[in-house]
Ligand binder design. Structure first.
Ligand code: NI
Length: 159
């Protein structure tokens, strides 16, 4: 495993549309492992492939609920309710902002073995799923921020 360099806002790769994965390859499995390592190393709870410069629809999430989620080609099927709260991003270091997201989401995706599954997330997991899926379509949370971006010293909850 190896950590990869995180692209920072302003890098135009973060604004591009990612391509669906057609088949899982050893190279993409390595990417998934590297994404987890990079995310843990930087204290994040989610990371999308474009954040390490790869325009593929791959997301990893670990919101410390005991699961390591790998979402390949994720598609949000349903959303319910709303939540408003702070959000950060490893590609926007040192900042945080208030974003409203669905409180519940249901997503369909493939895992690292290209097995299809559905995942339902609430609250923080729902927020992480929405945030990471946005990355796959060139969207950043700063587009949705209500009010101003704030400076944060604590980098713990970045996605
Ligand atoms: Ni992010």
């Amino acid at each position: 495993m190896a950590t990869r360099q995180i692209r920072i806002m302003g890098d135009e790769i973060l604004r591009r549309e990612c391509k669906p994965v057609k088949e899982m390859t050893p190279r993409l499995k390595q990417l998934v492992e590297d994404m987890f390592e990079t995310m843990y190393e930087t204290g994040g709870v989610g990371l999308a492939a474009p954040q390490v410069g790869i325009l593929k629809q791959i997301v990893v999430i670990d919101v410390e609920d005991g699961n390591q989620y790998v979402l390949v080609n994720p598609e949000i099927l349903e959303t319910e309710g709303s939540q408003t709260g702070p959000e950060g991003c490893l590609s926007v270091p040192g900042k945080s902002g208030t974003v409203t997201r669905p409180n519940k989401v249901k997503v369909r995706a493939f895992d690292e073995n290209m097995e299809e599954f559905e995942l339902e997330g609430e609250e923080f997991l729902a927020r992480a799923i929405c945030h990471e899926c946005d990355h796959l379509h060139g969207r950043l949370y700063v587009d949705l921020v209500e009010g101003e971006l704030e400076n944060v010293d604590d980098m713990e909850d970045e996605e």
